[in-house]
Design a protein around this ligand. Structure first.
Ligand SMILES: NC(=O)c1ccc[n+]([C@@H]2O[C@H](COP(=O)([O-])OP(=O)(O)OC[C@H]3O[C@@H](n4cnc5c(N)ncnc54)[C@H](OP(=O)(O)O)[C@@H]3O)[C@@H](O)[C@H]2O)c1
Length: 286
């Protein structure tokens, strides 16, 4: 599969989003493990997770991190080149609503707990999940800086950040910000300015819900005419066309489509090597 870069690491151009395997509607563990193994079989070497991907907060925080750690351990092949990116600072105290905690002490403790669940000495990529309006952004990013300096995390990223926050984070981290993860899809294009800035700064842009989210992904081809038409013309799925469009927007883009079925990620992974013509790209990007 074609490769892209996050910081100093080369990863597959298509990643795997772990969320659908740990929240409402999730499959049983066996199917989730098969889904992660199918991603690895297809050449996926980048997996996105978060401590907040779980159901009951009392006893399930880190469900998705533990699942990914188990799947990597039980995989027959070499997983040493797989980059697992997790996130902290966003919480699900109960099913449904999300909350924020960007306090530096909380973030440092959350990162250590994530490292333990992932079974690693240092987290490959740790992302501040969502700005907490009650804590100055600089203080939260200061915690990422301390985690980097202490070696608890190898690389630092941010999520749900605007252009000012991207610049500010990169400054506080002394130019060591490697990624921005924002919502981006045919349904949600308003992160275009952060995508353009990531391209300018040479840092990875990781579109979340790149297919429009769990409930909209299947009907992408019906909801967005150009995506359905080009998919029919080229004999591929609209999801491949969508991910290929995102990849074509910048060499910094690495979409992380979620999956809870092996077939979904096997199909999505094909997008890495699917080339759109300039005309097709223009029609999709219009
Ligand atoms: N940073 C943040 O705040 C944030 C927020 C939301 C999500 N995320 C991350 O972004 C990842 C992706 O977002 P998402 O899972 O919300 O939405 P998504 O990737 O837009 O859609 C996920 C759904 O797409 C389906 N799918 C995937 N590939 C397909 C294909 N080739 N053909 C047909 N259907 C396909 C999957 O179906 P099946 O389940 O049937 O396999 C899955 O449920 C998450 O998993 C998570 O890691 C981050």
């Amino acid at each position: 599969m074609k490769q892209r870069t996050i910081g100093d690491i080369s990863v597959s151009a298509i990643g795997l989003g772990g969320m659908p395997m740990s929240i409402e509607g999730r499959p049983d563990e066996e199917r989730s493990i098969s889904t992660i193994h199918a991603a690895l079989d297809a050449g996926v070497t980048f997996i996105d997770t978060a401590d907040a991907y779980h159901l009951a907060a009392e006893d399930e925080v880190g469900h998705n991190e533990l699942l990914i750690a188990r799947a990597l351990k039980s995989y027959g092949g070499d997983t040493s080149g797989v980059l697992v990116a997790t996130k902290g600072g966003h919480l699900r105290p109960e099913s449904g609503p999300w909350a924020q905690n960007g306090h530096p002490d909380y973030l440092k403790q959350a990162a250590e707990a994530s490292a333990t669940r992932l079974g690693v000495d240092a987290i490959g990529l740790y992302q501040y999940h969502r700005p907490d309006p009650s804590v100055p952004y600089a203080d939260s990013i200061g915690a990422l800086r301390e985690l980097l300096d202490a070696g608890t995390i190898r690389m630092a990223g941010i999520s749900n950040a605007d252009p000012d926050q991207i610049r500010q984070a990169n400054e506080i981290l002394d130019g060591r910000l490697v990624s921005v993860q924002n919502q981006f899809s045919p349904k949600f294009r308003s992160s275009e300015k952060e995508l353009v800035l990531a391209d300018e700064l040479g840092i990875a842009f990781l579109p979340w819900s790149p297919l429009g989210g769990i409930t909209n992904a299947a009907s992408l081809g019906e909801s967005y005419e150009a995506f359905g038409r080009i998919a029919r013309d080229r004999g591929v799925t609209p999801q491949i066309v969508c991910l290929a469009w995102e990849l074509a927007k910048s060499p910094q883009v690495i979409p992380i489509p979620g999956a809870s079925r092996p077939e979904s990620i096997t199909n999505s992974a094909l997008a890495a090597d699917f080339e759109l013509t300039a005309e097709e790209f223009a029609a999709l990007d219009a």
